[in-house]
Design a protein around this ligand. Structure first.
Ligand code: PLP
Length: 398
């Protein structure tokens, strides 16, 4: 996963499948390949594997196993939750509340609903990326039918006050969905205690396979299907089960469950070492996101007078895989909507670097990254006319 020539620190984009996870999946490709919907005994092993996986994941979330539905990933779960809730509640109203810093799977789904007669309120966040619960309460209207606020942000790592948001939703009798794709596996989540009605999670962000996710739908919530067809998933999500991926996501969940506190402590201290060194040794850098309410694996920096894309290319040449903003926005010239929402001006948002570590990252990796980063930032700034102007301006000011 991490060797000398490939230091992978883009774990918010995707993660390596753990060898134990891969091993758990293998028999379901070649040995127990029967369609779990079939009635012969041979298919029973696959069917049982699905139900055990469902129980494992339900247990991790404090849910009942019949509240867990397997999907094709986090994006599908977000689409399903929002579109189906909007449709189910449309007799009551057509107003939805979300935030400006959601993943595109939520934001673009809301934008789609806007073209179908729904009204969306996009809540602002503070400079650390936090939604103010008082703003949420003030945005609630008679016709509000859904609140969708992410658990933890994929770019800046900020964790929201989900318990308070859940309590507000409950008090006003409004459905509450949370995109927990980044939080799942890094934070202990109890859906009942937090008042969550709908929750999305994904396999490949937790060292499981890609193309598998879950939607938690609290018992009693009546939302329809997104994918129509066969009777799988209690008639709510059609399509032959991706048995190996389901088993893999459950195995990754089991590992996360066993090691959560230990991994969180390890990653937090490693991340802190990275943040301390970068802020101390490289001038004109800020840390984005909340300092306390933050995912253990996330460090997001804005580095002034440099261009994020050039930085990533130069890091890549030194074997470092990192990101500037979300993976989906790389390649586009627009700065990340999240960095703009926390109030960064365009030119500063452009110079951003996201490093997301894993339990396999080492302190040697971090020290190597900081060493290379220092040299690269210096080189890029030496070539930058803006930096030159700034330094001159400084001289005259002083
Ligand atoms: C990755 C991610 C998604 C999308 O999940 P996929 O399984 O890749 O479709 C949604 N929300 C957040 C916060 C994510 O980080």
């Amino acid at each position: 996963m991490t060797d000398k020539f490939n230091i992978y620190v883009d774990n918010a984009a995707t993660t390596a499948v753990y060898p134990e996870v891969f091993d758990s999946m293998k028999p379901y490709f070649t040995e127990w390949y029967g369609n779990p919907a079939s009635i012969y005994t041979f298919a029973g092993t696959a069917k049982r594997a699905i139900e055990e996986s469902r129980e494992r994941i339900a247990g991790f979330l404090g849910a009942d196993s019949n509240e867990i539905y397997f999907t094709g990933g986090g994006s599908e779960s977000d689409n399903w939750a929002i579109k189906a809730a909007a449709e189910a509640m449309n007799h009551k109203g057509r107003h939805i509340i979300t935030s400006r810093i959601e993943h595109h799977a939520v934001l673009h789904t809301c934008e789609y609903l806007e073209t179908h007669g729904y009204e969306i309120t996009y809540l602002d966040v503070n400079e650390n990326g936090k939604v103010n619960p008082a703003d949420l309460e003030a945005a609630i209207r008679e016709d509000t039918v859904l609140i969708s606020i992410m658990y933890a942000n994929n770019e800046i790592g900020t964790i929201q006050d989900i318990k308070r948001i859940g309590a507000i939703a409950r008090k006003h009798d409004i459905l509450f969905h949370t995109d927990a794709v980044q939080a799942y596996g890094q934070i202990r989540i109890d859906v009942k205690e937090l008042g969550i009605d709908l929750l999305s999670a994904s396999g490949h962000k937790i060292h499981g396979p890609k193309g598998i996710g879950i939607l938690y739908i609290r018992n009693g919530i009546k939302i329809g299907a997104l994918i129509h067809g066969g009777v799988q998933e209690r008639n709510r999500r059609a399509g032959t089960h991706n048995v190996p991926a389901i088993v893999g996501m459950a195995k990754a969940t089991e590992i996360a469950d066993q090691r959560l506190e230990q991994d969180a402590e390890y990653m937090t201290s490693l991340r802190q070492h990275l943040v301390d060194r970068v802020l101390k040794e490289i001038p004109y850098v800020r840390l984005n996101g909340d300092r306390v309410d933050r995912l253990p694996n996330n460090a997001s920096f804005s580095i002034r007078f440099i261009e994020g894309e050039s930085l990533l290319i130069m890091l890549d040449a030194r074997g470092i895989c990192a990101s500037s903003g979300s993976a989906c926005t790389s390649g586009s010239l627009d700065p990340s909507h999240v960095l703009l929402a926390i109030g960064l001006p365009h030119e500063i948002a452009h110079g951003s670097l996201r490093i997301t570590i894993s339990p396999e990252t080492t302190i040697e990796d971090i020290d190597y990254i900081v060493g290379e980063l220092k040299q690269i930032v210096k080189r890029l700034r030496d070539m930058s006319p803006i930096y030159e102007d700034y330094l001159h301006g400084q001289k005259y000011v002083c």
